[in-house]
Design a protein around this ligand. Structure first.
Ligand code: KG4
Ligand code: ZN
Length: 336
């Protein structure tokens, strides 16, 4: 079964084609250069650029997958959460294609795309685990029992992990988006140079908080007795380590308390090199050892392959969406 999915929730115009759960094409046109001048995503600029990029990205995906629209069995698009105007472009395109080719349309929750991305192409498919979704807008700790059966165990009480990366990068004078910049600079720094707080680590619940850490970095920058440029790499490494310490320890602790042996880590922040390594090392050292599933780096940040994967799961269960369906900028993940 071939699924074509479109992702336009924010600043990436993405189209992917899957044959069952195998990725035939995953094309992404990033708008980062357009938004960098503003220090963040400008919603109207994003929507208009999706309109411009949609056709070329679609044609590129069809060519890469060596297929054409008549061979697609299901058309899907991200329905939220995200920017309303941006979501509308992808939704309208996918619905028009479904209508023209007399095929079903499936609306997909972007967060479910991230959540299930570690299982894409995995021989065992989706299986029970503790899942951590760390993106620009969300930090969710979920007990995943099966497809569609998610229990929300913890979330951030203030900033999302990716948001903290982006805000701290801004304080350090690094360009948008800050996550990849901190990742790169941290490799040259000492993670023990500054002793930043590990918020919420001692609490028994599974929630996170990153605003105290962000403030600690700000005060440290204000009190520096050397030039910021000299301290930057150490600040990046120490900040990053504090975030990763909390994320890894709380995720592993939840898995141990639930008796789950598998961790599924997803979202843009799971592209981070140190985070990936720390999860693998700490899960292997846990008692009992835990297995870690993380999507390849290109499938951790926003992409349409993860949307197609969820659509394929839904298509097999007959979970089609009406063409009259709306987008929802605040769409939540259905959790019990
Ligand atoms: O999942 P995503 O692409 O978009 C959302 O759904 O939000 O996540 C974007 C977030 C941004 O905050 C970005 O700075 C962060 O993921 N990010 C990273 C890295 N790559 C992207 N954070 C840390 N290290 C990275 N390598
Ligand atoms: Zn995302």
């Amino acid at each position: 079964m071939k699924t074509l999915a479109i992702e336009t929730s924010c600043d990436e115009t993405a189209v992917a084609i899957l044959e069952d759960d195998r990725v035939l094409a995953s094309e992404i046109a990033s708008q980062i250069d357009l938004h960098r001048a503003y220090g963040g995503v400008v919603p109207e600029v994003a929507s208009r650029n999706h309109l411009v990029k949609m056709r070329p990205v679609l044609l590129k995906a069809l060519a890469a997958a060596n297929t054409d629209l008549t061979e697609i069995d299901t058309f899907a698009a991200t329905a939220g959460p995200g920017l309303a105007g941006a979501l509308l472009i992808g939704n309208t395109t996918a619905k028009a294609l479904a209508l023209a080719h007399h095929k079903p349309f499936i609306a997909v929750n972007h967060l479910e795309g991230h959540l299930l991305s570690p299982f894409m192409g995995h021989p065992d498919g989706i299986r029970p685990c503790v899942a951590l979704v760390v993106s620009g807008g969300h930090t969710l700790l979920i007990h995943l029992r099966a497809f569609g059966d998610y229990h929300l165990c913890g979330k951030t009480r203030d900033d999302a992990a990716g948001e903290a990366f982006d805000k701290v990068a801004k304080m350090l004078g690094l360009p948008y988006p800050g996550g990849p910049e901190i990742d790169r600079l941290a490799k040259e720094g000492n993670p023990d140079a500054y002793d930043f707080p590990r918020s919420m680590l001692k609490r028994p619940d599974h929630d996170f908080s990153f605003s105290g850490l962000k403030t600690a970095v700000l005060y440290t920058i204000d009190g520096l007795d050397i030039a910021l440029a000299e301290a930057r790499a150490d600040l990046c490494a120490s900040f990053q380590e504090a975030v990763i310490d909390v994320l890894t320890r709380k995720t592993i602790r939840l898995a141990q308390s639930l008796g789950e042996r598998c961790l599924a880590i997803s979202g843009g922040v799971s592209c981070n090199n140190r985070l990936r390594q720390a999860f693998v090392d700490r899960a292997a050292a846990a008692s009992p050892p835990l297995e870690v599933l993380i999507a390849p780096p290109a499938l951790t940040t926003d992409n349409a392959a993860m949307i197609a994967y969820v659509a394929w799961q839904k298509a097999q269960r007959g979970q089609h969406s009406p063409l009259e369906s709306d987008v929802d900028p605040n769409l939540r993940l259905a959790t019990g």
